[in-house]
Design a binder for this molecule. Structure first.
Ligand SMILES: *Cc1c(COP(=O)(O)O)cnc(C)c1O
Length: 378
């Protein structure tokens, strides 16, 4: 039964012939980077599509996170989640900031706002939560804590492209919360520019500062105002983004269908938990995590292996926890006793393949391997 491999995702790309005219223009104008016309067009198009005021494109989200912390002059300690991709905490370390890990909420798998205050010290200057799998964080509770203690909030919104929350009568982008939000346009994300990322700013002044920081700190030919980095997105990546944007709604719709099919097939499977669908939110269906709980009759790793031998490559996002990597595990906040929900979740989670070109036959095949794992590992 093992046909061609199925990976956790398969990047979307537009038809190649549609991209050629964009490349032709780049070849003719010889504007390859440094805030060129495609870069400017993509920034405008993304502000419009996402419903955000200001955006600065980056080479990738990791450099954008590093730069966001610099832009707000964050120092000392930052409260963050261990249940994320390692770049979240790495961006702190690249700024000489000490990560302080706080446990996650068992329902949303996002930073648990009820545990944040206990982790605040005189050195704390910011909170860096993650909208994990695109599920919005409790942005109101986080804002209240940040206001009380005068902390900055930088959202790692790498999973949250296009995610909206109902606020009053309107749907608003979750990216409008926090002092800054950071998106990733990496190949594996819902919207990709091959590699890429962005920072959402609330005002023009902050965007300008960020645009200086991503260009070595230059403000003009001869003036350098900060120890900036090179984080600029190239014209080829920006042009691809413009084209990708035309197809992203369709891709998200198909992802939503894939998720629904999985949810139907997994209804009432004992010990197999799916995440609650958040109320009043427009999601992007970027991941399809399942939790293999004790009542399932096989372990998460049994399921992972059963899929793997049949050429289905699910991923254990997020195992290991960031706090268990060698550069973090010595921190007091990294202890297992401090992070019980994160530890349990990391041992149970499995992200199943989800992408627009996944067929219903594939989904049924994957679901049947998952469901038959307990009997096949007896
Ligand atoms: C993908 C990802 C990143 C890093 O994004 P890059 O664009 O690859 O640098 C950071 N944080 C989270 C939560 C991610 O999933």
């Amino acid at each position: 039964m093992s046909e061609s491999p199925i990976f956790v995702t398969r990047p979307e790309l537009p038809p190649l012939e549609d991209f050629l005219p964009y490349l032709q223009e780049i070849w003719e104008t010889r504007v390859l980077t440094n805030n060129g016309p495609f870069h400017q067009k993509l920034e405008a198009a993304l502000c419009e599509y996402l419903g955000v005021p200001y955006i600065s494109l980056f080479t990738n989200a990791t450099l954008a996170l590093v730069t966001a912390l610099q832009a707000l002059r964050v120092t000392g300690e930052v409260i963050t989640t261990p249940y994320s991709f390692v770049a979240t905490a790495h961006s702190l370390m690249w700024n000489g900031i000490k990560p302080v890990f706080v446990d996650i909420d068992p329902v949303t798998l996002n930073l648990d706002p009820l545990r944040i205050e206990a982790a605040i010290t005189p050195q704390t200057t910011a909170i860096m939560p993650v909208h994990c799998y695109g599920t919005p964080c409790d942005v109101d509770a986080i804002r209240r804590i940040a206001d009380d203690y005068d902390l900055k909030v930088i959202y790692d919104a790498a999973h949250a492209f296009g995610v909206q929350r109902q606020e009053g009568d309107v749907m608003r982008s979750v990216l409008n919360h926090g002092d800054l939000s950071v998106l990733s346009f990496h190949a594996t994300k819902v919207f990709n520019t091959l590699e890429g990322g962005a920072i959402i700013s609330p005002d023009a002044r902050t965007k300008q500062r960020i645009d200086h920081l991503k260009n070595f700190g230059f403000v003009n030919e001869t003036t350098v105002v900060a120890t900036g980095i090179n984080g600029k997105m190239s014209e080829v990546n920006a042009a691809l983004g413009l084209l990708q944007l035309k197809h992203v709604d369709h891709a998200i719709t198909r992802r939503s269908e894939v998720e629904s099919t999985y949810r139907q097939l997994f209804t009432d499977v004992p010990g197999l938990r799916m995440l609650d669908i958040p109320a009043n939110a427009q999601r992007n269906h970027s991941y399809f995590p399942i939790l293999i709980e004790p009542g399932f009759g096989a372990s998460r790793d049994d399921v992972y292996q059963a899929l793997k031998v049949r050429n289905v490559f699910a991923r254990r996002y997020f195992y290991p926890l960031i706090s268990d990597f060698p550069m973090y595990r010595g921190l007091p906040s990294a202890s297992a006793a401090n992070l019980p929900v994160s530890h349990t979740t990391a041992s149970q989670v499995l992200c199943l393949p989800i992408f627009p070109s996944l067929t219903d036959v594939d989904i049924e095949h994957i679901a049947s391997i998952v469901q038959s794992t307990p009997s096949s590992t007896l």
